[in-house]
Ligand binder design. Structure first.
Ligand SMILES: NC(=O)c1ccc[n+]([C@@H]2O[C@H](COP(=O)([O-])OP(=O)(O)OC[C@H]3O[C@@H](n4cnc5c(N)ncnc54)[C@H](O)[C@@H]3O)[C@@H](O)[C@H]2O)c1
Ligand SMILES: O=c1ccn([C@@H]2O[C@H](COP(=O)(O)OP(=O)(O)O[C@H]3O[C@H](CO)[C@@H](O)[C@H](O)[C@H]3O)[C@@H](O)[C@H]2O)c(=O)[nH]1
Length: 479
């Protein structure tokens, strides 16, 4: 996009929400734009204290270095939300938009009350014009509700321009994604003021993003593009996981199938890694949001189509757990199962919607003894994730069945089976011979990420089951 010098200049940015998106995104803006003051605010004082400490609340490769470079220079973390709003000429709203748990649309619709609370606060505190940017992932036409709230609650005549600027970073690669994004999408009204606001935000990104990667659309297209991108990505994973089930039943190898398909330039190789199932805070939430939107628009067939992506993901997780039980002679009662990895993917400590939670719950319901190791997820988080809220004494029951190990080797000692739930690099290079010696026999490995060298492990003596790989020994004529 070509820079228009008449666009308002951004001198101070406020980011409401110091989470996985607000923190890294605005830290990178501060790094790349030393002339802009960036203040990231949050209602959670513990989170802000962590951002101001040596142990950041979010583990993300490269983030520590960015924050250390800018904090105290032009990057600030604060709980003084009103002050930061007043000072800023551009405000990112980067608060959480989880799936509603109760009320209308429960289990599908996005809970927008954090977005609304932020919008009301901006309206009541602002004493000068502001550009307000939806950074949170929101349903289509949320900007319209924000405008109504702003106009009804602010000083008469005060100007607000609302933009949509969805974030496409993936956890674990956030700094890389923010530093060199595939694209920056800015949605605005097509009025002269809307376009000028879009240009002002584009000018911020142009400090490091090539102009041809910044593109503008209408507000509603921008909002919907975020939901669409996540739905398409998740759909690829569910599609390849559906193929994985066929591979396991036939002797085909899902990695070979994915490679063969990905060589077609129209399909491409990315996001075709079969797995125990996708996790993370976004895919499920955003597809459910799309399902709700489709239903609300009177499009039940469209809703059913996208819902199937989630159904297949649930099936993938359950199928994997069932395979463990069936292979261990149909019972895992009192058997020790080592679960390697608890985060929803490698290089993050985030456990939101991680497949490991489903697996551990299934193993617990079969009365197994579960030993978990993850290099980055804090112990307290694992206990929290495995405890059923509202179930009396469940916290204690969990601790009778589950242990948390300090290393992979420790988790695997005396286990009957090892389950790889996250693709951490250290599991590829684990001393598998030592693991084998310490385990009960026969020793099983269930590779939910297909990362280990199955042939090498079989040579050691393991029985290996990798997701999407056919049976080990087939009909001798064809094997
Ligand atoms: N996590 C990701 O990788 C990712 C990527 C792209 C987009 N998104 C979207 O970005 C949004 C934020 O996601 P996240 O993962 O950073 O969430 P998060 O839960 O990590 O962070 C949100 C923060 O907002 C704060 N907050 C809530 N209401 C507030 C208010 N009224 N005033 C001040 N602070 C408030 C919370 O205390 C919390 O710290 C969501 O809409 C999500 O869908 C997330
Ligand atoms: O081929 C693949 C790719 C991913 N996954 C799994 O899918 C989940 C999500 O992975 P990924 O998309 O890499 O991480 P997220 O941080 O959830 O990022 C997604 O969700 C974000 C929040 O909306 C978007 O900004 C990103 O563009 C989008 O990739 C994880 O459990 C992965 O292990 C697979 O099983 N197979």
């Amino acid at each position: 996009m070509v820079l228009d010098r008449t666009a308002p200049k951004v001198r101070a940015i406020c980011c409401i929400g110091a989470g996985y998106v607000g923190g890294p995104t605005c830290s990178v803006i501060a790094q790349r734009c030393p002339h802009i003051k960036v203040t990231i605010v949050d209602v959670n004082p513990v989170r802000i204290a962590a951002w101001n400490s040596d142990t950041l609340p979010v583990f993300e490769p490269g983030l520590d270095e960015v924050v250390k470079e800018c904090r105290g220079r032009n990057l600030f973390f604060s709980t003084d939300i009103d002050d930061a709003i007043r000072e800023a000429d551009l405000i990112f709203v980067s608060v959480n938009t989880p799936t509603k748990k109760s009320g209308v649309g429960a289990g599908y619709a996005a809970d927008l009350h954090y977005v609304e609370a932020s919008t009301r606060r901006i309206a009541s505190v602002s004493d000068a014009p502001k550009i307000i940017v939806e950074k949170s992932t929101v349903p289509c036409r949320t900007a319209s509700s924000m405008r109504v709230i702003l106009e009804a609650n602010s000083r008469p005549g005060l100007r607000f321009d609302i933009l949509s600027n969805p974030e496409f970073l993936a956890e674990g690669t956030a700094i890389r994604d923010l530093s060199a994004p595939d694209r920056v999408l800015i949605g605005s009204l097509s009025t002269p003021e809307g376009k000028a606001a879009a240009r002002a935000l584009a000018a911020v990104y142009e400090n490091w993003v090539p102009p041809e990667k910044i593109f503008t659309t209408g507000l509603w297209s921008s909002e919907l593009s975020k939901l669409a991108a996540n739905a398409l990505l998740a759909q690829r994973i569910s599609s390849i996981n559906a193929m994985a089930a066929i591979c396991e039943a036939t002797g085909a190898d899902v990695d070979e199938v994915a490679h063969a398909c990905g060589l077609d330039a129209r399909i491409g190789p990315k996001f075709l890694k079969a797995s125990v199932g996708f996790g993370g805070s976004c895919f499920q939430k955003d597809i459910l949001n799309l399902v709700y939107l489709s239903d609300s628009l009177g499009l039940p067939q469209v809703a059913a189509y996208w819902k199937q992506v989630i159904t297949m993901n649930e099936y993938s997780k359950a199928r994997f757990a069932q395979k463990v039980v069936q292979t261990l002679f149909s019972t895992i009662t009192n058997k020790k199962i080592a679960v390697l990895g608890f985060a929803f993917k490698k290089d993050t400590g985030d456990t939101r919607e991680t497949a490991a939670i489903s697996l551990c719950k299934d193993f617990r319901s079969e009365n197994a003894l579960v030993s978990i190791y993850d290099p980055k997820v804090p112990e307290a988080q694992i206990w929290l994730d495995l405890t059923e809220p509202g179930v009396v004494d469940d916290g204690q029951k969990v601790k009778q069945q589950v242990t948390i190990a300090a290393s992979a080797i420790e988790a695997c000692k005396d286990a009957e089976a090892v389950v790889i739930a996250t693709e951490w690099d250290e599991f590829r290079t684990l001393d598998w011979a030592t693991v084998y010696k310490s385990m009960k026999k026969p020793a099983f490995v269930f590779d939910g990420r297909s990362i280990v060298d199955a042939a090498a492990l079989r040579k050691i003596g393991f029985q290996v089951h990798s997701v999407g790989k056919g049976p080990e020994i087939q009909d001798p004529v064809w094997a």
